[in-house]
Ligand binder design. Structure first.
Ligand code: ZN
Length: 235
């Protein structure tokens, strides 16, 4: 099976979690260095990924019990959790990262077919089937592994995940205003269109297109060498 099936998303979530955990060095200086995300140290990225496991776990609880359990009580609580988490002592932060990931994995393992079909509401307010939960988590662990500014780059992520990611981001972006761009992958047969005006054409590797679409550092240019047009925030 190709594409964003439940089986694939479960595989990506598991692999992406390993990729993220392996990229983290439990060293004070390393952790306090800047990540690729503006204003965030690696500690912030790790606190966010740990808090995300807990938040995604709330959706699993929702699917299991039918009791509405939002990811975060509020956007302010989400932000405060990241700030407080980033200030935890290193050993606590790393333990939280590992425990939250393990707890989420076992909670997901226990869902029944009926529970997978329950509707939950994401942090962005979308109503989705619980089968979407592993996809939400795979996005977080893989993309934030790159954000750690460590050993992981978009080129290291599985191609089938990158394809699904590009489809997902484009589906979100077509409903919001932004520049008109036609993106053609040079290493897989794939093409995406954004915007409604006369588009500029940009081509590059699938990894580079994924970086561009998710608002990360990229080296994509138009045919005449100009940088690809800047996109508004993705999430
Ligand atoms: Zn995130």
């Amino acid at each position: 099976m190709t594409g964003r099936t439940l089986a694939n998303a479960l595989r990506w979530m598991k692999d992406g979690t390993t990729v993220f955990l392996d990229a983290v060095e439990p060293d004070d200086a390393w952790l306090s260095a800047a990540s690729r995300l503006p204003g965030w140290t690696r500690r912030h990225v790790i606190a966010h990924v740990a808090a995300n496991a807990d938040a995604v776990g709330n959706l699993v609880h929702w699917a299991r019990t039918g009791i509405p359990t939002p990811m975060y009580p509020s956007p302010e609580a989400r932000a405060a959790g990241i700030e407080q988490g980033a200030r935890r002592p290193t050993a606590d932060l790393i333990t939280w990262l590992h425990r939250s990931a393990a707890h989420l994995a076992s909670a997901i393992d226990g869902l029944t077919d009926e529970q997978w079909q329950r509707t939950v509401v994401t942090g962005q307010g979308r109503s989705v089937a619980a089968t979407e939960i592993p996809w939400l988590r795979s996005r977080e662990v893989y993309v934030h592994a790159v954000d750690l500014a460590a050993a992981v780059a978009f080129t290291d992520l599985p191609r089938d995940f990158l394809l699904a990611l590009c489809h997902d981001v484009v589906a979100k972006r077509v409903s919001t205003a932004g520049p008109a761009v036609v993106l053609t992958a040079t290493d897989v047969p794939a093409r995406w269109s954004l915007g409604t005006d006369e588009p500029v054409s940009v081509s590059g590797s699938l990894a580079a297109i994924a970086a561009y679409l998710t608002g990360r550092d990229h080296d994509l240019t138009t045919a005449d060498g100009a940088p690809a047009p800047a996109l508004p925030p993705w999430l």
